[in-house]
Design a protein around this ligand. Structure first.
Ligand code: FNR
Ligand code: 531
Length: 357
């Protein structure tokens, strides 16, 4: 057997293998956050392709928390059934359906991924963004600092969103606290200039993330796993860094987080990120070793042997393969024989199996 094709137990949920698809915005929602046929084919084909965990893209807990007008949402009950179709299709193919929920904060209200990435004016359909402080992301509009009522509204919106995610049939939920979005904006001293108990010290800057985790954990069934995605570093001196990430993860373990999905960056547009094969993996290694939490490694993982080694060398418990699976939805089915493993093919496609059977 290979490590990559061994199951992973997360509370009452069993991933059939260690290959996950990380959340990747499709900017294809209609009418204010509703999933479409695009999402059905996009996620369905990749579930057919054999990924053990399929994490649906960043889904906004509030309309103003969307990155763009094309973002999915879970702020309204009408959004449940279109997403339930996606979750059912993923599960029907043997994959575990998960969804990432988040709030874009000061990085909200921009164009679709292939359009201009700057804050849209009201005439362009944009809105006033919010953040811990009135500090703009480079090149974006200045956000409004959230007051305590606004913070409480965000926490409650995460709770309502995971309740809807459960109704939609998702078996895991991932809190988006990475990539320079709202929760990360509170974590980093570069964006969080507050002088109340949500800003300044490490304890204050992690307060909102821990509040959201605690509230979501209390709402999400105890039998189901809770994941969080963190940016382990801002890649900027004086920013959020690996030491603070490890310290936060030690606390998140006590808060009931089951696995940390370890990314980096997104807070500072001009940060110099040393991207390369597995470049974020060392952070997953550290969290796994020093915080005693399961981790997912992600970032330019494209080869079966590379993915297998990440697991066998103890760097992470799950490997997330993003753009490579955009290019090739069937990457997992093709990775198996490369590692000497026989995996079940969809019956409809058996005659296409490489062995020609
Ligand atoms: C992403 N990524 C991303 N990350 C996240 O936390 N939520 C999201 O919704 C998205 N959306 C998204 C869209 C697209 C088109 C891309 C390419 C990426 C980041 C993604 O999950 C992953 O961390 C990176 O792509 C690095 O992994 P790969 O692609 O090198 O395997
Ligand atoms: C790509 C990205 C990856 C890592 C750091 C910063 C940015 N992003 C992230 C996405 C949106 C589109 C591309 C999200 O996290 C929602």
């Amino acid at each position: 057997m290979s490590a990559l094709f061994s199951p992973l137990q997360l509370r009452a949920v069993t991933l059939p293998n260690r290959i996950g698809i990380p959340p990747m915005c499709q900017y294809s929602a209609r009418d204010g956050g509703l999933a479409t046929d695009w999402h059905l084919q996009h996620y369905g084909s990749r579930a057919v392709g054999g990924a053990g965990l399929v994490i649906v893209e960043a889904t906004a807990v509030l309309p103003e928390g969307r990155i763009s007008r094309g973002d999915l949402g879970l702020w309204d009950d009408a959004q449940i059934e279109p997403l339930a179709r996606v979750a059912r299709l993923i599960a029907s193919q043997g994959g575990v359906p998960a969804i990432q929920i988040g709030h874009a904060g000061r990085k909200a209200s921009v164009g679709l991924g292939w359009e201009a990435q700057q804050t849209l004016t009201a005439e362009e359909g944009g809105w006033t963004t919010v953040a811990p402080s009135a500090v703009a992301f480079e090149g974006y509009a200045e956000p409004r600092a959230l007051d305590r009522e606004g913070i409480s509204r965000v926490v409650q919106a995460f709770v309502a969103a995971v309740r809807r995610a459960r109704q939609a049939g998702f078996q895991a939920v991932e809190i988006h606290a990475a990539h320079g979005y709202l929760l990360h904006q509170f974590l980093s001293p570069l964006s969080n200039r507050r002088d109340d108990d949500y800003g300044g010290s490490f304890t204050n800057r992690i307060r909102l993330t821990r509040k959201v985790v605690a509230a979501v954990r209390a709402e999400w069934p105890d039998t189901l796993p809770l994941l969080i995605r963190l940016s382990a570093t801002d890649w900027v001196d004086g920013g959020w860094d690996a030491e603070q990430t490890v310290e936060l993860c030690r606390l998140l373990k006590t808060d009931g987080v089951d696995l940390v999905d370890v990314s980096t960056g997104g807070l500072v547009a001009s940060a110099k990120i040393p991207a390369g094969p597995g470049f974020q993996m060392p952070f997953a290694t550290r969290i796994r070793a020093e915080a005693g939490l399961l981790t997912a490694a992600v970032g330019l993982i494209t080869e079966p042997a590379q993915a297998e080694a990440i697991l066998t060398e103890g760097h992470a418990d799950l490997v997330l393969v993003g753009r490579e699976i955009l290019r090739n939805p069937f990457w997992p089915l093709q990775a198996a024989p490369a590692l000497g493993v026989e995996v079940a093919w969809p019956k409809q496609y058996l005659r296409a199996r490489p062995s020609g059977r």
